[in-house]
Design a binder for this molecule. Structure first.
Ligand SMILES: *Cc1c(COP(=O)(O)O)cnc(C)c1O
Length: 382
């Protein structure tokens, strides 16, 4: 089966991990700070904080931005459940902003209207989480202008998007947000097996996220409340977690970063190959904005209305093509239905879900495989 996504591991990656195994530190050694500084440099951000997953970072980012039981967080219904769960971890309320059917990203117009209404009845969110679906940047300029106008903080869930750009700023620069989160799960653009990094330009948010990822503890002399009693001394200032990344993972991450631009180039090349194949067919490829460079985590097509998605999905899988569906609208999950969300709440997201199909896209996919995938799909749609 050709998978929809898979990691590319080089001999340099294997050597990087092996050398950590032979070193003094498997965790809390020099590799994590090195990886963090590599990411900060790449994204042109001031601070980068590594953790054991993007999910953990979404949680600590919400906490750093002051999300509490009294808060509401808004995100896109077309995302992985982690984009919404993070608000619930903080005891906050969650709500969604419907998508633009063209991009599958949060619709700035829908956001504007929902904010105007919420402002009237005093129910504005504390934080908006914009998800760069498939690696395609959201309209961050518009989202950030709206958020600033109402005094709302912005997190970019860029789990799909490392290596991409928006208006010539690297994703993660936080030019249009307070915090950006990347995921390095093996299906994503680069991998650390499990893991993620948050970037920010705000020293308070950086400090808060770093401490919350490690039990709420600090050892830094400048941050201590009491007098430093010696080299063993540390203080706990808040109730944190153990969300740390290991040195093994960070070494893999730094090594993978060396290939990031070649991964993103290859993904873009394959994406334009898909586009060429589906030109003048009824199959519509979800494309990035003109003012951006997508990292192309996912190649998503919308099938024409007359197609039975389930039948095509199964026929593709039977042909050995590991197609997938991204995503089931979060508000339709039983857990979220139990919170009061209903079918019909976010119609654009629900319509998108009916016809979307993810096709294989990863650096080692060959053009022969791609031709086979496209020919098979075109035949099924016809
Ligand atoms: C993968 C993903 C996450 C979670 O990432 P982990 O590193 O697996 O925790 C969050 N948001 C989106 C949009 C994702 O695709």
């Amino acid at each position: 089966m050709i998978p929809y996504g898979r990691q590319s591991i080089s001999t340099a990656d294997i050597e990087a991990v092996t050398s950590v195994l032979k070193s003094d530190f498997l965790t809390q050694g020099p590799q994590v700070p090195r990886f963090e500084s590599n990411i900060a440099q790449l994204t042109q951000s001031k601070f980068a904080i590594a953790a054991n997953s993007a999910t953990s970072l979404l949680h600590v980012a919400c906490l750093a931005l002051g999300v509490t039981k009294q808060s509401t967080v808004w995100t896109s219904p077309i995302s992985f459940v982690a984009s919404a769960n993070c608000a619930l971890y903080c005891g906050a309320k969650i709500d969604f902003v419907d998508i633009d059917p063209l991009t599958a990203n949060m619709c700035p117009k829908a956001l504007e209207e929902k904010l105007a209404k919420a402002s009237k009845n005093d129910s504005l969110p504390k934080v908006i989480i914009a998800v760069h679906m498939a690696g395609h940047s959201c309209e961050m300029k518009q989202i950030s202008q709206l958020a600033k106008h109402y005094g709302i903080k912005v997190i970019e869930d860029a789990a799909h998007a490392i290596g991409g750009k928006y208006l010539n700023f690297p994703i993660g620069s936080c030019q249009f947000s307070d915090i950006t989160i990347f995921s390095f799960h093996p299906v994503k653009i680069i991998t650390t097996a499990e893991g993620g990094v948050a970037t920010t330009n705000n020293p308070q948010f950086a400090k808060s996220m770093r401490m919350t990822c490690s039990h709420g503890i600090t050892k830094k002399p400048v941050d201590l409340y009491q007098t430093d009693e010696g080299a063993w001394f540390y203080e706990q200032h808040s109730l944190g977690f153990n969300y740390r990344m290991t040195d093994l993972q960070a070494a893999l991450g730094s090594s993978q970063l060396n290939q990031l631009s070649s991964f993103v180039n290859r993904r873009n090349l394959l994406a334009s190959g898909y586009q060429k194949h589906f030109n003048e067919t009824e199959i519509e490829v979800i494309l990035p904005l003109n003012n951006s460079l997508s990292a192309y985590h996912l190649l998503i097509v919308k099938l024409p209305e007359h197609c039975n998605r389930k039948r095509i999905f199964e026929a593709m899988r039977d042909a050995g093509i590991g197609v997938h569906v991204h995503y089931i609208p979060i508000h339709l999950q039983p857990y979220y239905q139990a919170l009061g969300f209903k079918k019909g709440n976010f119609p654009a997201a629900e319509t998108y879900y009916q016809s979307c199909l993810t096709l294989p896209l990863f650096p080692d996919l060959t053009t022969e495989e791609q031709d086979f995938i496209c020919d098979t799909l075109k035949e099924l749609v016809r």
